[in-house]
Design a protein. Sequence first.
Length: 196
Amino acid sequence: MVVPSLSPASADKVALRRQARERRRAFIEQLDPQDRDKLEVALAGQLAPLISRSRIIGGYCHLPSEVSPLPAMQLAADGGATLAFPAFADHQSVFRFLAGDPVEPGPWACFQPPLTSPEVFPDLVLVPLVAIDGKGTRLGQGKGHYDRVLARLRERGALLIGVGWQVQKLKEQIPADPWDVPLDGFASPDGVEMFR
């Protein structure tokens, strides 16, 4: 899939992404570490019903301002689910979900399972985001990594749940490009909202 660098909708997304990152940063700065930990454990609790119905959970290694899915991933592991994380062979490759712990640095400075780990197809994918709207349109980091993977995962029956802080849920609509795959729901420490 080719994702053009700047369509009119993409230009609007640049401004929205900048505003959403600032809102997320301001929210994080006012949290002390213990409160943040409690919120991330609360996120795991909100996700528990979805996790309990899933056999393979796709997560991610979070960036400093992103909500951590790791307490939710631990909950899934404790229930016997297989955990998977995105893994890139190089900067040009499309990522694959590989089973196992993220113990090796990948080309994008995020940890990932070893490339020799088995590829799996999660039935629940916890999707990182910069922002999301009420229709499930996701605003990501802008490199198109998830855009290249989500449609294939949905075709295989995966439930796609965006995860973030409640401040990342926008009232305004995010302009959708043709390659955008709407998410099935959004989970924050405050609750889960399903869109479809």
